[in-house]
Design a protein around this ligand. Sequence first.
Ligand code: FES
Length: 155
Amino acid sequence: MFKLGAGLMGIGAVITAIPVIGFAMGPTRRKYANQWTSLGSLEKFPIGETRFATFLNPIKQPTDGESIKTACWVRCISEGKFQVFAINCAHLGCPVRWFAQSKLFLCPCHGGAYYEDGSRAAGPPPRGLFEYEWKVVDGNLLIDAGRLPGLEDST
Ligand code: FES
């Protein structure tokens, strides 16, 4: 009876440990990195302007449906030089909106504001907007959509 009890406890311990180990190992399993996704032709992003863009998130599950459509803001600084911002506010994640007249990104939730280069201007956000890595290939702007911008990017 003692051996049976000890064996069941061992099985229970292993079953309990599996999700804990999976959580701890999560950051080492970056199988989605380098999912370069096109935002379209460079002509969509005029020099000196910031434009809204969408793409299909490569990190998806069969049940995700419409939620794989993801938005971002693209700023073309000069020819071949861009910034691609995550649409989510760095405070609690509400979608920010670009206002060209004031050259500010504004968050509707708690009044966070960001300058055109994505740096924090005012309000509760603790930092600037998160940015995607980007590159230009054959006249198209691509972002590494498999690598979600986040706090791990902070240095
Ligand atoms: S979520 Fe944007 S300021 Fe709070």
